[in-house]
Design a protein around this ligand. Structure first.
Ligand code: GDP
Length: 311
């Protein structure tokens, strides 16, 4: 994915010298990397963090062959990317849902594992709710979905259609209804029908809309979700990063799901969102089908970033 790094690696030939490099020489090499990362949609904050680590390691190291230089810097680069992902907390969605389902078995007062999906329209949020509903069911748990976007024309029908295809119960109210009331309905329905997991779709007008953020806070207060998941479009690059920042400020979400990873040739959004929010990416959407969702795997992701270079 990071195919722009090719040129930057080319500049590493300079590293092959018997003396330590001067700060100026290292800065010049890092500048090439910086440009490559910018072109791969990595956000400035994440680039700074990566470059600081790279700078420290390159400055103090004498490398005598250009091949070694390339391997050395590539490993350092991979390591600083790994660090960004591994410093986020661990959120194991299915285990958390199963734990709560177990609790419910012994105590019927315990409600469903309630999950709020946040993010702007068009990112693939509704499709992701359907994919996760499918995943939950395949893992032996019962599930309902709730149409909490009561603003956008067609949103309720869209989720209902997915639910019908998946044969999953959908909770709806009419357009204009209070989304917090829809979420509450989903919670009450789950309580009375012994449902393990309730997935709430929400509205997604542009991220700077203050009412939207207030709406999300209200839903949170009314139903106290177990998990708040931000859904971002990998193709939106740095826009996805600013959306993540905005939503995190308003909702303090727990994790992100990145959609359209199948079409993403750059790879920067995942890295930047994890870096900026300090929250884990838990799944990647990899297509339009209900099974097209895979757990995010740090090693697999890091290797995929460098794959194009080695071929
Ligand atoms: P929402 O407005 O955020 O609810 O977005 P939708 O769920 O309606 O999705 C918008 C479009 O993106 C639809 O055509 C989806 O099929 C498509 N989509 C969603 N997730 C993925 C994904 O992981 N990969 C691909 N290629 N398309 C996706």
């Amino acid at each position: 994915m990071f195919d722009k790094l090719k040129a930057a690696f080319g500049s590493l030939a300079q590293l092959a010298t018997h003396r330590s490099l001067s700060e100026e020489e290292v800065d010049k090499i890092l500048w090439d990397f910086e440009l490559a990362l910018i072109e791969s949609d990595v956000s400035p904050e994440a680039i700074e963090s990566i470059n600081t680590t790279l700078r420290q390691t390159i400055l103090g190291t004498k490398i005598q062959r250009s091949l070694d230089a390339e391997t050395f810097v590539r490993e350092q680069l991979k390591e600083s990317i790994r660090k960004i992902f591994s410093s986020t907390p661990r959120v194991d969605f299915l285990s958390l849902a199963k734990q709560k389902a177990e609790l419910r078995k012994n105590n019927h007062e315990v409600g469903p594992f309630l999950v709020l999906f946040l993010g702007i329209n068009g990112t693939g949020k509704t499709t992701t709710v359907a994919k996760v509903a499918n995943l939950v069911r395949k893992n032996g748990m019962s599930v309902v979905v709730a149409a909490g976007d009561t603003h956008r024309a067609g949103a309720i029908e869209q989720l209902s259609e997915h639910a019908q295809k998946l044969k999953v119960k959908v909770i709806t109210q009419s357009y204009g209804a209070d989304p917090a009331a829809v979420a509450k309905d989903a919670q009450l329905y789950s309580n009375s029908h012994n449902i393990d997991v309730a997935l709430i779709d929400t509205a997604g007008r542009i991220q700077t809309n203050r009412n939207l953020m207030e709406e999300m806070s209200k839903i949170s207060k009314v139903v106290s979700p177990d998990l708040k998941i931000f859904v971002a479009d990998a193709l939106a690059g740095n826009d996805a990063v600013s959306q993540a920042r905005e939503f995190q400020k308003a909702t303090d979400f727990d994790a992100s799901i990145l959609t359209k990873a199948d079409a993403d040739v750059k790879g920067g959004a995942a890295l930047s969102i994890a870096y900026v929010t300090k929250k884990p990416i838990i799944y990647l959407g990899v297509g339009q089908g209900y099974d097209d969702i895979i757990p995010f795997d740090i090693e697999r992701f890091v290797s995929s970033l460098f794959e194009d270079r080695s071929t």
